[in-house]
Design a protein. Sequence first.
Length: 435
Amino acid sequence: MLIIVILCIASCVVLDISLFWGFLAAILILTASIKDKKIAYKTALEGVKTCKSLYLIILLLGANISIWMSSGIIPTTIYFGFDKIAGVNFLAFSFVCTAILSTVMGTGLGTLSTVGLALYGIGKGFGLPEPILLGAIVSGAFISDKISPVSALTNLTIEVTSIDYKRYFKAAIGPLLITCLITGLIYYILGSSLTTAVDTSVLTGYQETLFENYKITPLLFLIPLAIIVMALSGINVLKNMLAIFTTGSLITIFYQKISVSLWFKSVIFGYKANTGQPFIDSILKAGGILPMVEVLLIVTAAIVLNGLLTHQKTLNPIFDRILAGTKTKTSLVFKTGIISMFLTSITCDQTIGIVVPGNILKDKYDEMNLKHEVLARTIADTGTIIAPLEFWNVNSLIILGITGISALQYAPFAILCYLSPIITILYTSIRTRKE
């Protein structure tokens, strides 16, 4: 049965169609094999109910990405970022810039396809090797999936492990900072050996375009800062996102002077800049509620599929074999990473790699006196973060479509993505020995 599920999902990658259809096909096949259909439907419904708040978060994420642009937050970031480019190590700058913005925006691919694409285009103009440059941008962009309080994947992780963001952040920030420091240092060393020639007149032209079309002020940075402060204060993520959406919408309409009809259109369908400068217009184009419906369907289908797989105990023999002989906390964390990475790899997406281990391993973590936030951190640092390294993964295929660069080329330079699993296991090993 597991082979059939894998084939259903893999066929979506081969046929270049949404993973939702693969998950749906697998659900229908599994449902047909269950004799008591009422139990199957009840199992599926229970799974959907457990993550009900997540669905609104996903839709709000799409709306807020549009708001980041229409309110001037992203244009302001790019404007001041161009000021900092001249005379800096561009490779390290790209990593840091995308890391910060992805944490605020809550989407790795969204960051990569907007600001990341801008940095990629500028870096190419400087003559930087494209695979190395893209590796740095991918490393920074996908931090959002690990730690952003408004990320769909981060919220899915904390939902299925039954914790809140504040607890998760305290557990995750230590290994993340270590990983970022090592990654940043490596990019700085690599970047120091690569010469870049900055055409300041081009950058000035971009800044003038932004200044003419948006009201640029550093005060707009208070909104992203508020996201982090509210999340760490324990404010519910949904309330956090609604507050930011409302504030950003008011700034869009009353400060940036964008009409209500255009605001509404960008929230629903996505924001599209119309500055007259092709490069700026190409990067200020993203978001919207409708484009997030596919993500919503994929997550919902994955949760239903997990419920059916759990009911049928399809994955139990595999997990029993992996978990056999687990006697130490470090060993459990290591095997959690193996399970999460295995599921992410075979399903071509992070969702199952989060939902399945998050649900099935909670009791095991309780049994070995390990906190659920360690489970959440391990999943985020392994199965979630390795996705862009796999050339068959949906994330990698989208990156290929955006940049024309395959994961086979940029993966060796996406340092954070393969350093993260190593650091989290070492970190857990050291911490548990001290306890």
